[in-house]
Design a protein around this ligand. Structure first.
Ligand code: FE
Length: 339
């Protein structure tokens, strides 16, 4: 009786193996805009023959979609920004481990999940930015500098609902403890130039416009303004400089854009091939430059515009801690009255 029962099963196996060989593919959900990822995916296709289907969307919406689709999700890979968010995707059971020595040797341990569920692809820093004509940078030292009396009514920073601020505060909790960060958050709120409004780019523009003297923003926004086709944006960006906080101790807070292979992935091997492709020097260099970010792998030069802001000490905290401490960070900003 055995052969007749097994035969259709074997036939099915052969069929699906043929189907895979005939049309290897990889399905990606990405919060990166198509123009900022598609060219490197095209290179991947050219190198491997694996067709990539790209779906772009907002970060949290893509994670929600993955969750709603469950095991039936067509997505093999999630590309999104902020370790806090990648941590959330893992915590919700939406990702799986990829154990590749190519990847783990290329990406420093700090910038990937300890269980290899997600990996940083590019690096961004969240420094203090200041008005060149009104701020003497020698008066600044660390993130606590923005709470000094002299900057009362002079600080612009976006809402606490934004994950970039949540991750910054989480990094501070890791190094200074809840009590110190509680005091810091109250000091920031006390120095608000205005109620938080807009994104990081808006905070930089507000510094240029004289609405505030100091802001906290991600580096690629200033890069983007400096590279803008809009002369007014370039002019605004040129009035603003970067100050790297905490150089004498833990270093400036950094975060990543990153990638995870989904739990539901049907093309897991292709996904691993993409990961291994993206940590190669050429792909790293292109991807970082396209997004105004720093490469995540060692020994690759940053874009000259970024390099011009100087080398800086980066916080060496494992970025998965940002996810672990996220709820505490949200509570602290809430208690401080940070909208
Ligand atoms: Fe952003």
């Amino acid at each position: 009786m055995k052969p007749p029962i097994l035969l259709p099963f074997i036939a099915l196996l052969i069929l699906s193996a043929c189907a895979e060989q005939a049309n290897p593919e990889l399905n990606i959900y990405s919060s990166r805009k198509e123009a900022l990822i598609k060219p490197v995916l095209d290179q991947f296709t050219a190198a491997t023959g694996i067709e990539v289907n790209l779906v772009t969307g907002k970060d949290d919406a893509l994670i929600e979609r993955l969750r709603a689709e469950g095991a039936a999700s067509p997505a093999d890979v999630l590309i999104t920004v902020d370790a806090g968010r990648l941590y959330r995707a893992k915590a919700q059971g939406l990702t799986q481990a990829i154990n590749s020595t190519v990847v783990t040797q290329a990406i420093p341990a700090t910038y990937r999940d300890p269980d290899n569920h997600w990996f940083g692809l590019s690096l961004r820093a969240r420094p203090i930015m200041y008005a060149k004509d009104r701020v003497d940078p020698s008066t600044l030292t660390d993130y606590a500098s923005i709470t000094a009396q002299q900057w009362q009514g002079k600080v612009c920073i976006r809402s606490s609902s934004n994950i970039y601020n949540q991750s910054l505060v989480a990094s501070m909790i890791a190094s200074e403890g809840v009590e110190a960060v509680e005091t810091w958050a109250a000091g920031v709120v006390n120095n608000f130039a205005r109620q938080p409004v807009g994104g990081d780019r808006d905070q930089i523009k507000a510094v240029a416009a004289g609405q505030c003297d100091l802001a906290v923003a991600n580096t690629y926004y200033l890069f983007g303004m400096l590279q803008s086709d809009d002369a007014a944006e370039v002019a605004a960006a040129e009035q603003v400089a970067v100050f790297w906080p905490n150089q004498a101790d833990r270093g400036t807070h950094v975060n990543v854009s990153g990638i995870a292979v989904t739990k539901a992935a049907k093309n897991r091997d292709h996904a691993q091939q993409l990961l291994e492709f993206l940590v190669q020097a050429e792909a790293q260099s292109w991807y970082a430059n396209a997004n105004g970010e720093y490469p995540v792998t060692a020994d690759i030069e940053a874009h000259p515009l970024l390099a011009a802001w100087g080398d800086f000490k980066k916080d060496a905290l494992n970025l998965s801690r940002l996810g672990e401490l996220n709820p505490e960070a949200v509570k602290i900003m809430d208690r401080a009255g940070w909208p």
